[in-house]
Design a protein around this ligand. Structure first.
Ligand SMILES: [Zn+2]
Length: 283
């Protein structure tokens, strides 16, 4: 699943390949844009905004794509074999004389006036990896919903854009915060957000996301993907649960020892209130 840093890296690569170039061929393989042809347009720049990729054209239009859970852009030299998946997964091809950019499983493909970009991405909170990152604004947005669970608030792109599941669970572990803690009960909320951002920035140019600094296989994450395995700090088995509103649940890993519950609404609290609905499914 693309994290903000993956999107940032994709944007960097796309920008390197396309910025200043003229599109020689475009192929929109989605019904609503099947007749759109951007041949002849010059690409001004490619920038990330949360999990959106904005391809700005010199003629004042912006092509927006969204990665959601499974999208990706692959960049090839003309004539190379495409290897990003089956042909029916290709949604969009943008080719210059030098490069072929092939978008697989992309979502929300749209062409708008650049001046209207905010209509597509204006609801997003400050971009964690953007040049205009604004910690105070992100914290203000998060604190507007003090009863929200921190594990949900961190990945809510309306609060701050770019954080995905991996950095969420890893930063919560590093700060010793249980994922079901209320936002209002998180000690040093700003430090948590900055920790998440630091982790993402440290990984910007790494091919593999690593949050432990340990390059050995199986040691690259503290809790992510480690259900049932012993915590590297305390040897307690890592737990896995689902968190988030119905139909939007995301899996969450945590160490019940290093991330002890602090909040009474916490369904995993050792002194949990009987009778409360159990939003956690352990499996
Ligand atoms: Zn632990």
């Amino acid at each position: 699943m693309p994290e903000g840093d993956t999107v940032w890296l994709a944007a960097q690569r796309m920008n390197t390949a396309l910025a200043g170039g003229t599109l020689r061929r475009t192929d929109f393989r989605i019904p609503q844009l099947a007749t759109l042809d951007l041949t002849g347009a010059t690409v001004e720049e490619v920038i990330p905004r949360g999990k959106h990729l904005l391809i700005r054209l010199a003629d004042g239009r912006t092509l927006r794509t969204h990665f959601r859970m499974d999208g990706s852009w692959h960049i090839y030299r003309p004539g190379s074999r495409w290897s990003g998946g089956p042909a029916y997964d290709v949604r969009l091809v943008l080719a210059t004389d030098e490069w072929e950019c092939v978008g697989y499983r992309l979502h929300d493909i749209d062409l708008v006036k650049t001046a209207d970009e905010d209509q597509l991405v204006g609801h997003l909170g400050p971009d964690v990896l953007g040049p205009d990152w604004d910690l105070d604004e992100a914290l203000r947005r998060m604190r507007e919903h003090p009863d929200e669970q921190i594990g949900v608030a961190l990945v809510d792109q309306r609060n701050l854009a770019g954080i995905g599941n991996l950095y969420k669970v890893e930063a919560l572990f590093l700060r010793g915060i249980h994922p079901w803690t209320r936002v209002a009960d998180v000690p040093e909320l700003g430090a948590l957000v900055e920790r998440t951002r630091t982790l993402m920035r440290a990984n910007l140019h790494r091919p593999q996301q690593n949050t432990t600094g340990d390059p050995r296989r199986g040691r690259d994450h503290w809790v992510f993907g480690r259900r049932g395995k012993p915590c590297f700090r305390c040897r307690t088995a890592i737990l896995l649960g689902e968190q988030g509103p119905p139909t939007q649940e995301r899996v969450t890993w945590w160490c019940p020892q290093c991330q002890a519950a602090r909040s009474p609404i916490d369904p995993q609290a050792r002194t949990g209130e009987p009778g409360r609905p159990q939003p956690v499914t352990l499996y």
